[in-house]
Design a protein around this ligand. Structure first.
Ligand SMILES: C[S@@+](CC[C@H](N)C(=O)[O-])C[C@H]1O[C@@H](n2cnc3c(N)ncnc32)[C@H](O)[C@@H]1O
Length: 266
């Protein structure tokens, strides 16, 4: 009994310490970065995504799963299935920005096994790309790393057949969200797919309350995903796409698969 109590206490201390650290790292970064105009285009990015030691420290499957309420594997598996069921032989797959956990190796594996001709992995932060490469030991030479800003991609129109945007939009200030969405759509070829994995407004008031608290503290740009930056509404407004949205875990998460209509079928 005493051991159980001590264990519970230790768990609570670890949880509070981790939350406190995350809070400090995220909010202090946002505030302090706003004083450095020379790094403006990356001002919204937390140090956990740019400092190599922090990237390695945070990028652990358990931490990443916990941040996504243990839905990470489920979401990643759905995206992998989507790629496996798409015809990608000889086609081009793009990952717009890196993400923690094993999503990158899983997507690259599915793409290589599906016969994709080119796989681009992009991010605005070079350390993220170096870190991504370290997870792709089996696939060296089968992908290309590109340092690129999602709001202003270096790719031509219709250059890719699948574009995966995995938990990027909620990190961006609102105007950058708009630009990133436009760019994500622009680079997809007719018949190709834009896959967006993101937070979504939960169905129950209790989850909405918790979500609102969490985002206000840790992810100030994320709440917009619930309403005025709903990716489905944004893509619908662009026109020319067939949309499918699945939500998960009482509506907390969404996977949007948007297929660009072939020219002439609009
Ligand atoms: C996709 S999110 C990952 C967050 C998520 N919680 C996870 O599970 O890993 C963060 C990534 O987006 C990148 N990023 C942020 N702003 C960007 C931008 N404008 N263009 C490209 N990548 C960007 C960051 O450098 C980082 O690698």
């Amino acid at each position: 009994m005493i051991e159980a109590l001590l264990f519970g206490k230790a768990l609570a201390v670890v949880f509070i310490a981790m939350s406190g650290t995350l809070f400090l790292v995220t909010r202090v970064t946002l505030i302090s970065r706003s004083f450095f105009p020379c790094v403006k285009e990356t001002a919204h990015i937390y140090w956990v995504y740019s400092n190599m030691r922090l990237i390695r420290f945070i990028d652990r499957q358990l931490i990443i799963s916990a941040i996504l309420l243990f839905q990470y594997d489920r979401l990643v598996d759905r995206v992998v299935d989507e790629i496996r069921y798409s015809f990608i032989h000889g086609k081009t797959v793009l990952l717009t920005s890196c993400a923690f956990g094993d999503v990158i190796p899983k997507i690259v594996r599915a793409s290589v096994e599906g016969g994709a001709e080119r796989i681009f992995i992009t991010d605005i932060i070079k350390n993220e790309l170096i870190h991504a490469r370290s997870k792709l030991g089996d696939f060296q030479g089968k992908f290309e790393l590109v340092e690129a800003d999602a709001t202003c991609m270096k790719l031509d129109d219709a250059a890719v057949d699948i574009n995966l945007v995995f938990f990027l939009l909620h990190e961006l200030p609102d105007q950058a969200k708009e630009h990133a969405m436009r760019e994500a759509a622009r680079v997809v070829s007719p018949g190709g797919k834009l896959i967006i994995v993101e937070f979504h407004q939960p169905r129950t008031w209790f989850m909405r309350l918790l979500g609102r608290l969490y985002f206000t503290v840790f992810e100030p740009f994320a709440l917009a995903m619930w309403n005025h930056h709903d990716p489905v509404r944004t893509i619908e407004a662009m026109g020319g796409w067939t949309l499918n949205r699945a939500t998960f875990f009482w509506g907390n998460f969404q996977i949007v698969v948007a297929t660009k209509q072939l020219i002439g079928l609009k």
